[in-house]
Design a protein around this ligand. Structure first.
Ligand SMILES: Cc1cc2nc3c(=O)[nH]c(=O)nc-3n(C[C@H](O)[C@H](O)[C@H](O)COP(=O)(O)OP(=O)(O)OC[C@H]3O[C@@H](n4cnc5c(N)ncnc54)[C@H](O)[C@@H]3O)c2cc1C
Length: 674
């Protein structure tokens, strides 16, 4: 069972340095009388906005003129973002010239305001559908969802039938790509890119179908790898780091050279004395990391496998590793990025596979190279894949662009939905009804508060599966139940443009795990020079910092599915100010000691919230073992008349390559009808 061999684990090849940049301190006074006492600052039920505030909003610069809103972001193109507000006249010109350019939008992105309310009103709250106005438009194929799966479905349809077939792709967002979302920042005079969602290309898992599409798009993974020196914040001079915050741990403390989830060379063991936790918790952790034993030795191999797959990781930490609640808390959110879940939701096998510690307790030895994770990556993540696919479908959107120039290319969004093009992408359009009728598919969708209807010969549903039962009410009940089973995991990727990377350099880090905070990790977005993009290495100009993770559900919710729904609700309920206050506080406390000022050094904030994030992959503790062919995703994706089903949900696997494979299957199923 190699740790780190699966899922969206972040690789850990960072240089290991033992000397922390801060002088090691003796234990802080014990704040904890018992090993299972709770930490000072944060109960899981408390939103960060409700924490005991250490900094005033004024000190944090909450009212500073940064680009939180579209208008100012666009205006930032000329003001060069040095905190100078552009004139009203300049704003007007820029607005007219550059709007809309969705990648430059800041503030709440991902599931942005305006993208989901229609679906929630009709699907979740049961409002009656408005009567749609029929459009004089008909298509060979309509695709619901302009994520990678929907875009790939259009590509496979064209490939099979030729480029003149009429295809319409509808999506509720104001940008195409679904989770493959690009964030652009222009403040500071040069383009800075960040990823708003999916980013890793896990090429060793590619099917021949996916590899062939990558080749068609001109994507050469070894070439991408050569131009990438990015390691999720573990490439600083001092190696990986853990940042303990005072609100949670009573003391702001940066410990460098170690990680909570990483290869043996980054074990926290030599650094435990620096952790601002009780001496009881330190003693427990010391024993945990030191032991070399096999607590499962008395079990047969079948019993052993059963134990590893049926026992919760936190139960294992408590009963076999002797860790109390305080020590266990350190690992609570360590899988937020890789899984989008609490570590406590994982079995022992899943947690160890994801790189959490404990192999030494079951007689196995962690191997350094098991943490290598040599993904291909673009500076805007897999938005580059979505853009290359879109450019192939609608060449005039960015003529001549290829995999070597895609990162720097400006796309002409006015080309997306033009009657003269065989492929049209219609954004801000939420599909609310899809029916098989009279040998065709009839659809209605909402745009600008009004409903419209059109017809197509065939349809691919490339959207989230949980929404489909509301959109296709005539589906068989068993299929609807199977689609509802796909509850996705919420994810958060908040990009903050800071004036300079100098404070990170001074601390010797380019990121840190933040076990007490809303986002479980943060890292500088640099070192990815693919797609024609290059960042200054000498000049310490503005650079995006990615805050990465999910949201913890309230502690009192123990059912896994309810936890997911609660975290999703929490994500939508938090305001932009809540997210902003959180990232400002973290940056101030982490970087403040080396001169950073949240008030002056933050230029823009983009919060990519994804309440419907990773597709649900079947989990040891929460899913039965389905008989062959009877797993929910297999039932959910069965063809229904002229409608087929794509999306990563159809493969119950949260990967870009799955989204592509499922698109190819959905088109092949339609073709079987023709
Ligand atoms: C933050 C984040 C990070 C990730 N990182 C990785 C990674 O590194 N590597 C990896 O392989 N995978 C990653 N993933 C998984 C990701 O889900 C897949 O890679 C892939 O992008 C899924 O594509 P899709 O087209 O199936 O779904 P989506 O991208 O979700 O596209 C579906 C689209 O349908 C739209 N839609 C839904 N309902 C309607 C409706 N009623 N009408 C119109 N449109 C509708 C949605 O809004 C969405 O735009 C990540 C996901 C997230 C959220």
């Amino acid at each position: 069972m190699p740790p780190g061999s699966s899922h969206h684990i972040e690789p850990t090849q960072g240089a290991h340095r033992r000397d922390s940049i801060r002088t090691s301190q003796s234990d802080p006074p014990d704040r904890h009388s018992a090993s299972n006492s709770t930490l000072v600052g944060l109960s899981d039920t408390v939103c960060p906005g409700e924490r005991l505030l250490k900094h005033s909003d004024f000190d944090l610069g909450m009212s500073a003129k940064i680009t939180r809103r579209d208008l100012l972001q666009d205006a930032g193109l000329i003001s060069l973002g040095l905190g100078i507000a552009p004139s009203a006249a300049a704003i007007k010109t820029i607005e007219a010239k550059n709007k809309p350019y969705p990648p430059t939008r800041t503030g709440l992105r991902g599931s942005h305001p305006g993208s989901f309310e229609g679906a929630h009103a009709y699907a979740r709250d049961g409002l009656p559908h408005p009567t749609p106005r029929p459009l004089d438009e008909s298509f060979d194929l309509v695709i619901v969802g302009a994520g990678i799966s929907g875009l790939a479905a259009a590509y496979y349809y064209q490939k099979r039938y030729g480029g003149d077939r009429k295809i319409l792709i509808l999506d509720n967002h104001d940008d195409f790509g679904g989770h493959a979302k690009r964030n652009e920042f222009h403040q500071g005079g040069r383009l800075q890119l960040a990823m708003g969602g999916t980013h890793n290309l896990e090429y060793w898992q590619f099917s021949p179908t996916v590899s062939s599409l990558m080749q068609t798009l001109g994507i050469n993974i070894p070439k991408l790898r050569k131009k990438t020196d990015f390691n999720y914040g573990r490439n600083g001079a001092q190696g990986p780091a853990i940042w303990f915050d005072a609100e949670t741990y009573g003391d702001n403390k940066l410990v460098t050279g170690c990680s909570l989830k990483g290869p043996p060379s980054t074990s926290p063991l030599p650094y435990l004395d620096q952790f601002p936790i009780s001496s009881t918790a330190k003693t427990q952790l010391r024993a945990f990391y030191t032991l070399q034993t096999d607590v499962l030795a008395p079990l047969s191999s079948v019993e052993r496998a059963d134990y590893l797959h049926s026992t919760g990781y936190f139960d294992f930490l408590e009963s076999k590793a002797g860790l109390g609640a305080e020590a266990r808390q350190l690992f609570k959110t360590a899988c937020h990025g890789s899984w989008g879940l609490e570590s406590a939701s994982l079995s022992v096998a899943e947690a160890l596979d994801d790189g959490l510690p404990g192999l030494n307790l079951i007689g196995e030895t962690a191997v350094e190279s098991d943490w290598d994770y040599p993904v291909g990556i673009f500076p805007d993540g897999n938005a580059s894949i979505a853009r290359l696919l879109t450019q192939r479908l609608i060449p005039s959107i960015a003529s001549g662009v290829d995999a070597d120039s895609v990162a720097m290319a400006t796309f002409d969004y006015s080309q997306l939905d033009r009657p003269e093009h065989p492929v049209r992408i219609r954004l801000q359009s939420t599909v609310i009804d899809v029916e098989n009728r009279e040998g065709a598919v009839h659809l209605s969708y909402l745009f600008g508060g009004k409903a419209f209807a059109l017809t197509a010969k065939q349809c691919v549903m490339a959207c989230y599966h949980t929404v489909i039962p509301y959109i296709c009410p005539t589906l068989p009940p068993a299929q609807k139940a199977a689609q509802r089973y796909q509850v996705k995991y919420p994810l958060l990727l908040t990009n903050v443009l800071i004036r300079s990377r100098a404070p990170f350099t001074e601390l010797g880090i380019d990121g840190a795990a933040c076990p007490g905070r809303m986002h479980s990790a943060l890292f500088l977005m640099n070192g990815i020079e693919t797609g024609g993009y290059a960042q200054a290495s000498e000049d310490p100009g503005p650079v995006p910092v990615a805050f990465w993770g999910s949201l913890s559900p309230p502690d009192d919710i123990t059912n896994f599915w309810d936890q997911l729904r609660a975290a999703r609700t929490k994500m939508l309920d938090l305001t932009l100010e809540d997210y902003e206050r959180e990232v400002r506080s973290v940056l101030q406390d982490l970087l403040g000691p080396v001169g950073f000022s949240a008030k002056h050094d933050i230029l823009a904030i983009t919060v990519n919230r994804w309440p419907h994030g990773y597709s649900h992959e079947y989990l040891d503790l929460w899913d039965p073992k389905w008989p062959e062919g009877q797993a929910p995703h297999e039932i959910a994706r069965q063809r229904f008349g002229n409608i087929t089903f794509a999306n990563a949900d159809a493969g119950a696997s949260a990967y870009t390559h799955t989204a592509i494979d499922e698109a190819a299957r959905a088109i092949a199923e339609l073709s079987a009808l023709n």
